[in-house]
Design a protein around this ligand. Structure first.
Ligand SMILES: C[S@@+](CC[C@H](N)C(=O)[O-])C[C@H]1O[C@@H](n2cnc3c(N)ncnc32)[C@H](O)[C@@H]1O
Length: 233
């Protein structure tokens, strides 16, 4: 079974001094008090012997933000079950700004059960907004574009840049490849030139108002949904 949240570049930074972690990592966990928060309380009834179930959660309750079918399941059992039906979709994010949108993109990537999330650039990423959903994903770090290209080529997925840059075609009529990696840029700079050069195509979400761009988290959700409308099971 693959372990969650590991990467080709080694484990992601768990430095407690990471401002992203302080802001939204471990502190984004549900309350420790099992009598507080959403979810279910201690298991009632004959004690189940299903090895996927976590004895501690059964005893104290399960307050995690998980589907009802995963109530009381161990984390590794949930990841193993998700691995059985991952989408052939990958997501990559350029991380230059310690951007709070990255956590939001990770959470959406979990909702679409993508095969992997690739963080390109800085190893530390802002976990605010991820709400610990990265634990259920395979998050890989790449120091540079070449490392991302090597990983996605090995996985057999093409890179699709998502940005409103010159040369981008409107996303709406495009049928994205079934196996692909959607690539998003940082707030501010957007996709870098070398990343654009590595992408097989570039798509833009059509806008109708006055703002120059969407925030990256919103753009990623739209693009993943667009892929899912065609290829989601
Ligand atoms: C705030 S944008 C920054 C750069 C943008 N190229 C600009 O001209 O302002 C951050 C990221 O959000 C995504 N994004 C924002 N608006 C988008 C749009 N209309 N179409 C596709 N992607 C968009 C892209 O991935 C982009 O790199």
């Amino acid at each position: 079974m693959r372990r969650p949240s590991t990467g080709s570049g080694g484990p992601l930074d768990d430095d407690p001094s990471d401002p992203g972690k302080d802001a939204g990592g471990e502190t984004a966990e549900p309350p420790a008090d099992p009598t507080v928060g959403p979810g279910v309380g201690p298991y009632e009834g004959p004690w189940p012997d299903d090895p996927r179930l976590d004895p501690e959660l059964l005893a104290t309750g399960d307050r995690r933000n998980v589907l009802d079918r995963y109530r009381y399941w161990r984390l590794d059992a949930i990841v193993a079950d998700l691995d059985e039906h991952r989408a052939p979709l990958h997501v990559a994010i350029q991380n230059w700004e310690h951007d709070f949108n990255i956590g939001s993109i990770v959470r959406t990537a979990n909702a679409f059960n993508v095969s992997a999330v690739h963080i390109v650039g800085r190893r530390r990423w802002n976990r605010r907004g991820a709400m610990v959903t990265d634990r259920y994903l395979h998050v890989e770090h790449h120091a540079d574009v070449a490392s991302l290209v090597a990983a996605t080529t090995a996985a057999g997925v093409s890179l699709v840049g998502v940005d409103n840059l010159p040369g981008a075609v409107p996303l709406e009529p495009v049928e994205l490849p079934r196996s692909c990696c959607l690539v998003f840029g940082s707030e501010g700079p957007g996709l870098t030139e070398d990343m654009v050069a590595a992408c097989e195509r570039l798509v833009a979400i059509t806008q109708h108002g006055s703002t120059r761009s969407l925030n990256a988290g919103a753009a990623a959700a739209i693009a993943m949904y667009h892929w899912s409308r065609r290829w989601g099971s």
